[in-house]
Design a protein around this ligand. Sequence first.
Ligand code: AMP
Length: 274
Amino acid sequence: MEIVRTVEALQNIKKKLEGSVGFVPTMGALHSGHLSLIQRAGDENDHTIVSIFLNPTQFLEGEDLESYPKREEADIKICELSGVDILFMPTVDQMYEEDELRISAPARRGYILEGAKRPGHFDGMLQVVMKLLNLSTATRAYFGKKDAQQLALIIQMARSYFFSCEIIPCDIVRDEQGLALSSRNAYLSEEEKYRALSLSRSLKRATKMVMSGEREVGLLISEMMSVLKEVDRIEYIAICDRDLQKLETVESGNTIILVAAWVGETRLIDNIWI
Ligand code: AMP
């Protein structure tokens, strides 16, 4: 595995690669969720590139940019053992220049749900994904459904800007108890981890109700709220179609149920696709 820290070095190495490239962008502190994307990229392509870049432009003032978990040594080992060909770990200076050209998230889709709670977050996310996809010149790029709105906006960007890279949505990986894996889970104490399970439990409860024939969004949301009693604050519960537009009644095969909540000082998101 080649570890590459500059844009120029990545471009030079890329020139020598022949065949398809699968790309997995991450912010590091890798876990089995990231690993599932890396493995799929390896299975479906001749070469795998992973990036680890804690992108400052997608963090809002007062968010956890400074305290975000960093585990460079372990991350390198994980990538090595997973058969990654190129690990791109640039500095902020490598990725950004002064007075940058900006990318804006769409006015409606970018400012609902996560975008309403974190205004500007998606501008920074799209900006860095655009840069990374251009740099990797990947055949396919792999993103988790865990960040459902992020995924939807990246698919939209790829469509709007005629990217040749195919965007591949990947299933959410959970621990044995159902907690969706996230680098931010490292912030949780044991007691908080236990309480955080109510996010996935609420999604499971809603899914079960849908399976038994319930379709009314209002009823599903109020049931979810009762399951979510153990979190400290619910930010939103939303039942949307795959384009993240709110639904009145669940449409099988075209619904995502999303939840965002605080447990202690940690903000968690989760969702389920039905
Ligand atoms: P991050 O490092 O949090 O920016 O995540 C990098 C990629 O991994 C994103 O496409 C995420 O959606 C994806 N990801 C994060 N957690 C999970 C998970 N539990 N299951 C599947 N994909 C995930």
